[in-house]
Design a protein around this ligand. Structure first.
Ligand SMILES: Cc1cc2nc3c(=O)[nH]c(=O)nc-3n(C[C@H](O)[C@H](O)[C@H](O)COP(=O)(O)OP(=O)(O)OC[C@H]3O[C@@H](n4cnc5c(N)ncnc54)[C@H](O)[C@@H]3O)c2cc1C
Length: 449
């Protein structure tokens, strides 16, 4: 099975690189591809930086590993190929009354990518991350194929969640789904004029909601710094739809309404347009509204309404800076927003969430506390220095950056933020003794040669 050489980039389009791209359709073809390296798997390329790239090596596209079993109604589980996207699962499962227990801000990620990053959603404080709902997975490694459960090999199970592809190629996984009575979410919305207000409300009230997320405006300063719209909710029971006959109780997620057809040469997003967008978003939210019904798409994946929206950032691309700090260091959230606004770094609405405890995996990202994710266009000359300073502040607070979003972390900073990285490599070497699995990310942060 030979592939073509292609230029690949992450969602932020910051560091494209050339690799031979192979598209295995069978497990035998995956095994063949793993007989030499360097090689790394790739899903739908929704990671922002370079974890699904392998300059000069091979990138194995997982989309050919596509099969969907019927939902096992007795156990509420589904077995799918690693190339199936969460969108494709939801198209089948919602009609049957099941939701994917952890979904990120986009449905356009594959099960392989979701496991490799151990993705989190708006319910981490209650339900943990993706691996907490994985019953088992089959993994192709350079030493052969293995079925992994928490019981059969806890080291390999938990390390694979967060390993960003370095323990092998996930072929298939069995996932525990979440039963739902309707495809609607009952949502309470509240607008806050500043950051203290929203953080206080989240710290004291999030435990009462399954889902919680705050959209924070990072371009305001002074008393309105960090003004935010907080939305919290849970799957609506069937009874909440009574009298609203137009609403189908179990509607699949909506397809994108628009698409950005090409990358505009200078990008459409700058300080002015981002500021205007943030203002409009804040104004359109109700000051306070309780129990409104939102569709799954509008509550969980609003950005999926516009296909390839990342192109709006232009050819220079953009990065996402997502960090986590524990509850004792919540002030780092304020410092980060202050640094960006005082240094005139434009940032789209930032996403603030609460996390519960992380998983045992050596590269597990979550920590019980706060996570803030900021979308920032590449370009402002002051940006690299501002982010380097933020790295120092986050790491001094015992926090870390999310590798699925990262595109710029140094090896030294990675080692400080992830002190158990050597444990990951011990597990990886057990299944990949020659070190064939490697990516642009793993080389950049010093995990592999
Ligand atoms: C708009 C947007 C919102 C997002 N919101 C969130 C969020 O709320 N929470 C969150 O956690 N993440 C979020 N993400 C990040 C995204 O969930 C992760 O980056 C996810 O890993 C992407 O999956 P993918 O299929 O696109 O994988 P890719 O980006 O292609 O690859 C990601 C990693 O998975 C590995 N991989 C892929 N397939 C396999 C396989 N079969 N076996 C082993 N390794 C594999 C790759 O090697 C790579 O290291 C968001 C991304 C976008 C673009």
């Amino acid at each position: 099975m030979s592939g073509h050489h292609e230029l690949l980039a992450g969602w932020g389009n910051t560091a494209p690189s050339m690799a031979e791209v192979v598209r295995p359709r069978t497990e035998a073809e995956v095994a063949l591809a793993l007989s030499s390296g360097p090689i790394i798997a790739r899903g739908l390329g929704r990671s922002y930086g370079d974890p699904a790239q392998c300059a000069g090596g091979t990138v194995l596209l997982n989309r050919g590993l596509w099969h969907l079993s019927p939902i096992d109604l007795a156990s509420g589980t589904i077995t799918v190929g690693a190339g199936v996207s969460l969108d494709e699962i939801l198209r089948v499962s919602v009609a049957a009354g099941y939701f994917v227990a952890v979904t990120p801000g986009t449905r356009q990620v594959t099960v392989g990518g979701a496991i490799a990053a151990d993705i989190h959603g708006k319910n981490h404080h209650l339900d943990g991350s993706f691996m907490n709902h994985v019953v088992s997975f089959r993994l192709a490694t350079p030493l052969g194929e293995v079925t992994v459960t928490k019981e059969s090999d806890p080291g390999l199970f938990w390390a694979t969640g967060g390993a960003m592809g370095l323990t092998g190629v996930v072929l298939e996984a069995t996932l525990a789904l979440m039963p739902i009575e309707s495809s609607w979410v009952s949502v309470d919305t509240e607008r806050f004029e500043n950051l203290d207000g929203v953080m206080d409300a989240m710290a004291t009230g999030d435990a009462d909601y399954r889902y919680s997320v705050a959209w924070v405006d990072c371009m305001t300063e002074g008393p309105r710094m960090g003004r935010a719209v907080l939305t919290r909710g849970d799957h609506a029971p069937r009874s909440a739809l009574e009298g609203r006959s137009a609403r189908h109780p179990l509607e699949p997620p909506a397809a994108p309404l628009l698409s950005v057809p090409l990358t505009p040469p200078s990008g459409l997003l700058n300080r002015l347009s981002i500021s205007a967008f943030n203002e409009a978003w804040f104004r359109k939210a109700p000051k306070k509204a309780d129990g409104e019904l939102h569709s799954l798409s509008s509550f969980f994946h609003p950005l999926d309404g516009v296909d390839r929206w990342n192109r709006m950032h232009g050819p220079r691309g953009f990065l996402q800076y997502q960090f986590v700090v524990d509850d004792a260091h919540g002030e780092v959230v304020r410092t980060a927003i202050e640094r960006l606004s005082s240094n005139k770094v434009p940032s789209f609405l930032a996403v603030l969430k609460r996390f519960g405890p992380g998983n045992p995996g050596p590269l597990s990202f979550p920590l019980e506390g706060w996570t803030l994710a900021l979308d920032i266009p590449v370009g402002p000359p002051q940006l690299p220095a501002v982010l380097d300073q933020l790295d120092e502040i986050v790491s001094e607070a015992g926090g870390r950056l999310y590798l699925a979003k990262d595109s710029r972390l140094s090896p030294e900073m990675f080692a400080t933020m992830y002190p158990r990285a050597a444990d990951l490599m011990d597990v990886a070497r057990r299944v990949d003794p020659e070190g064939r699995l490697s990516s642009d990310l793993s080389r950049r942060i010093g995990l592999t040669d």
